[in-house]
Design a protein around this ligand. Sequence first.
Ligand code: SAH
Length: 217
Amino acid sequence: MRPTEDTYRHKGLRRKLTDGIRNKGITDERILDAITRIPRHFFLDSAFDEVAYEDRAFPIGEGQTISQPYTVAYQTLLLQIRPFEKVLEIGTGSAYQACVLAELGAQVYTIERQKKLFELNKAFTHLKKYPNIKFFYGDGYEGLPTYAPFDKILITAAAPEIPPKLMDQLKPGGMMVLPLGVGEVQQMKRVTKLDRGKIKEEVFDNFSFVPMVEGKK
Ligand code: SAH
């Protein structure tokens, strides 16, 4: 069962969480406000109620996790989201990251390869609050050619390479943020699509994500 009540205690814990993220160096108040507004405990089983506002990843079933809030804030910061931008997210998971993007005013398209997680989100009433998120069941390596091009693309699973079809679905000047690597630890990268097929690659800190897997399940 998932909790549906957002108490003063939860709100207080949320402020402490955002203070912690700010102290770790992410000072963009728009992102911190978004995290303060989203009841993260709604995205977890009530067994996690006591710990939902610790800055940690937690299991959400099917061997997957809800990302650590610091990681969500970090990837969101690198994406430089502006209101009304079209953003493609690969790896919906709990849909928490999608909600952060939606709170920033983005038009979010998010893909999940696991049917069970996709179905869980369909039944998750809190998400009705966000008409600016569209949910898709599919393989993120394919992207969403029908809805392309996108201003920004965010991959929330460890990618062994920059998926070429996703690069094609990025607007000129658009950016993709992804944890790149095959091992336990990946490097956060930001790839900007420049003119005439050129790309700019920037490298940031190391993180540890679950792998991006090909095909649907
Ligand atoms: N953004 C999520 C993090 C989820 S963990 C959140 O905020 O909770 C990564 C997710 O990526 C998992 O749910 C996993 O099933 C999904 N995933 C892995 N490979 C994928 C692929 N090729 N296409 C779509 N989703 C994928």
